[in-house]
Design a protein around this ligand. Structure first.
Ligand code: SF4
Length: 600
């Protein structure tokens, strides 16, 4: 029988109850699918993201904790950064622990008047006082809440950035994984929810263990014996640094250039040689793509002036391509220790490293242009390649030191609206851009994608496939639609994006069958499309207008592997995209009719 229990926790009146939703789980299987429907059900139109009634939704899937690489928990909420859909996926043990505790989903609403932590131990659910955790780094919170009990445990927590409502603060999962990008940390902060600890000891009931074990072995063999995921184990996504640099597609100096002359020194290869300590995995995944660098940190700078080699402790810092580009090539950081230090600083504070890099790159350019001055920056001169100044600025962002830093804490678009420099505020759909300047797909993909992420529809990958070919508007857009619809099947299963080539359509149908779920490929595809439509209904209801989205001018000035991009072509792609989606019955315009339909 499919697990479909939803645990509801209200932090205002401290109520806790469980509702069974077999209707949702049998239709959408879990993950993004179930979350998309719950989001529509649980949020009132135009709700303030920080209102106590705004929900945080976490979902798992029918396959979580059973098959390899099916580990992701999906969170949905209203994002303070985009004022629209907040969707974020995290690896680590959170999804499996929830399932082992007997829950398919968790919904938190309300707000406490003092810091609290939610503790879930199977059927025992408690809201505990957490004054002593407030102000701590998520890395320390994890140490405090980690238990030695048997079972699957996960600890997730926001940092100072979330407590202070930085719009792109994240929630850190089991030290090395993240609900990143769209400000879930700030939603935790607004509810005075510091952390959640889940200990699941029930396990998962499987009706036909022999068939499931055979299927597990079949998938596992494919994961470990084919080359499909090998890259993620060897260098991880940090391999992209040199590959994209070679291609002339590596965002550098706030996307002004697409090659970084010091890329080699901060490449995955250089990291592996000199800083890599070990690799770790999500539960049930044999790939171990999480690369941890060893960083020796100082105790107190005033005691250790000029003594770079003296250190206080060694810490493990997760690194992968996106933070490496955002805090590395895009800020001209060429020293790999400096780069890891910057990533670590974001980790300790619970700050999304990608948007942090985007904001710092914009500030450096705005300072060069005289749009901001030393009074705004509290005496810090932002300078390309200067990690020390950037670290001080990060602290000021998190503490919102003055009006300027308050704007930086609201994201690059908010800062550029106040101080100018919109043409180089590198965001699409208000979300900071990913580390690709590969061509049309990497721009149109995140722009049209429901969550404005490069993982929405892999636009960056089609660019690399069609280098030296003429640009065909229809084929790029068709690719983006096909990818996103199918990825929403994948994300409804809580699957890891890196395993997308392992789980073919046929294999998913087969794996579901062993769990007693009979769905054809066509039914799955229709489901993926419906999930996308649910999300766009939410987006349009909240005021999203695709045609009104800003595209920073910088995009059209930088060289890409397809030459300089043409605004007219991008516009035509968006027009064609809207027509194709309208044919499917989803309006991307906030029309009266669509809104009325939703409010029924
Ligand atoms: S490939 Fe990496 S992120 Fe994906 S499940 Fe495995 S360890 Fe986790």
């Amino acid at each position: 029988m499919m697990l479909s229990k939803v645990l509801y926790v209200n932090l205002s009146n401290k109520s806790i109850n469980v509702v069974d939703r077999p209707d949702l789980f049998s239709k959408y299987l879990g993950g993004s699918g179930v979350a998309s429907k719950l989001l529509l059900e649980e949020t009132k139109p135009k709700m303030d993201p920080f209102s106590p009634e705004a929900p945080i939704i976490f979902t798992t899937s029918c396959m979580t904790g059973i098959f390899p690489c099916i580990v992701k928990a999906v969170s949905m909420f209203k994002s303070p950064l985009t004022k629209n859909l907040g969707e974020s996926h995290a690896g680590g043990h959170f999804a499996s622990a929830l399932r082992f505790a007997g829950y398919a989903a968790l919904i938190i609403r309300g707000a406490s008047d003092h810091p609290v932590a939610l503790e879930i131990m199977d059927d025992e659910v408690k809201i505990r006082m957490a004054d002593s955790l407030w102000g701590l780094s998520p890395l320390d919170v994890e140490k405090v809440l980690r238990k030695n009990d048997k079972g699957m445990q996960s600890v997730i927590s926001c940092g100072r950035a979330g407590e202070n409502l930085v719009y792109y603060s994240n929630v850190i999962v089991d030290r090395y994984h993240h609900f990143g990008r769209l400000g879930l940390g700030a939603i935790f902060g607004s509810k005075k929810l510091k952390a959640i600890s889940v200990l699941g000891r029930k396990g998962i009931q499987i009706d036909n263990p022999i068939d499931v074990k055979d299927m597990y072995d079949k998938i596992n063999q494919k994961v470990v014996k084919s080359d499909e995921m090998a890259k993620y184990h060897y260098l991880g996504t940090s391999a992209n640094m040199l590959e994209l640099n070679e291609l002339g597609a590596l965002p550098t100096r706030n996307f002004k250039e697409s090659r970084f002359e010091d890329a080699k020194s901060i490449s995955g290869e250089a990291m592996a040689e000199s800083m890599l300590r070990r690799k770790i995995s999500c539960p049930g995944c044999p790939i171990a793509c999480i690369h941890l660098a060893e960083l020796r940190t100082g105790f107190a700078p005033e005691h250790e002036k000029g003594k770079k080699e003296i250190f206080h402790e060694e810490v493990s810092v997760p690194y992968n391509y996106e933070p490496m580009y955002a805090l590395g090539s895009n800020l001209l950081i060429k020293d790999r220790r400096d780069l890891i230090l910057l990533i670590y600083h974001c980790e300790k504070l619970g700050l999304d490293a990608m948007m942090t890099g985007t904001v710092l790159a914009w500030a450096t350019e705005a300072f060069e242009e005289g749009r901001i001055n030393l009074d705004d920056t509290e005496g810090i001169k932002p300078e390309w390649g200067d990690a020390e100044s950037y670290i001080k600025m990060i602290d000021n962002i998190v503490e919102m030191k003055n009006k300027f830093y308050v704007k930086l804490a609201q994201g690059v678009v908010a800062a550029s609206e106040k101080y100018g420099g919109k043409e180089y505020a590198m965001a699409l759909g208000n979300n900071g851009m990913a580390g690709y300047i590969t061509g049309y797909g990497c721009i149109v993909g995140p722009l049209v994608g429901a969550r404005h992420s490069h993982l929405s529809n892999s636009g960056y990958s089609i660019d690399q496939k069609i280098i030296n070919e003429p640009i065909k508007i229809e084929s790029i857009v068709d690719f983006l639609i096909e990818q996103e619809d199918w990825l929403y099947v994948f994300y409804s299963l809580g699957a890891c994006y890196f395993a997308r080539r392992i789980y073919s359509k046929e294999l998913i149908v087969e794996a579901l069958k062993t769990l007693g779920i009979n769905k054809t490929q066509e039914e799955l595809l229709n489901m993926g499309k419906e999930v996308f439509h649910n999300l766009y209904k939410f987006k349009v209801r909240e005021g999203f207008e695709l045609e009104a989205q800003n595209i920073p001018k910088r995009i059209f000035e930088v060289q890409t592997p397809h030459g300089k991009l043409d605004f007219k072509l991008i516009k035509s792609m968006i027009e064609y995209y809207i027509k194709r989606r309208e044919k499917e019955g989803i309006s991307l315009r906030p029309e009266e009719k669509a809104i009325k339909e939703l409010l029924k």
